[in-house]
Design a protein around this ligand. Structure first.
Ligand code: SF4
Length: 162
């Protein structure tokens, strides 16, 4: 480490790789974390897409994390209610899982009868769609695709195509 680097406030911070959350370019970032706090967020010079550069939105992304308006826990709005209430991740994930399960049970199609009367196996459920993001890593996208196919839907879309 050079002398000038040692004097930086990020010198002894833990460095973590992440991806800009704004657009489909998916620029790489290096987050500097010290004592559990984000103290720096810069372009990753080793990332093949942006090679260290960030546009003005990406350069200001740390402010999203620091904003007092940032929503940091799931919110739930009951039917007929006009307000949101904070809920736990356990509640939110269980709720979503139950809804997906109920939807799959209701709309599962094991076979289809063609116009010529022939019956073919289809084993699908098209009532749930998945929406991916450029922010997702390859590993996350792999799991998303796997879950979608497991549920039987072929409706998988990506933000960059909209
Ligand atoms: S830094 Fe700018 S160009 Fe790169 S992903 Fe973020 S918003 Fe998009």
């Amino acid at each position: 480490m050079k002398d000038w680097q040692e004097s930086l406030k990020t010198a002894d911070a833990k460095k973590l790789n992440t991806i800009c959350c704004f657009c489909s370019c998916g620029c790489g970032m290096t987050a500097s974390v010290k004592e559990g706090k984000l103290i720096g967020l810069e372009g990753d010079p080793n990332h093949p897409i942006n090679q260290g550069a960030l546009c003005s939105k990406g350069a200001a992304a740390a402010e999203l994390h620091r904003s007092p308006d940032r929503i940091a826990q799931p919110l739930y709005r009951k039917g007929y209610s006009n307000s949101w209430e904070a809920v736990t991740w356990d509640f939110a994930l269980s709720f979503i899982a139950k809804k997906i399960y109920q939807t799959r049970e209701k709309y599962w199609e094991s076979q289809e009868i063609l116009s010529n009367g022939q019956t073919i196996a289809v084993k699908r459920m098209d009532a749930v769609a998945f929406f991916g993001s450029a922010v997702c890593t390859n590993e996350e996208t792999y799991l998303e695709k796997k879950l979608a196919l497991l549920l039987g839907t072929s409706y998988i879309e990506h933000q960059a195509r909209l």
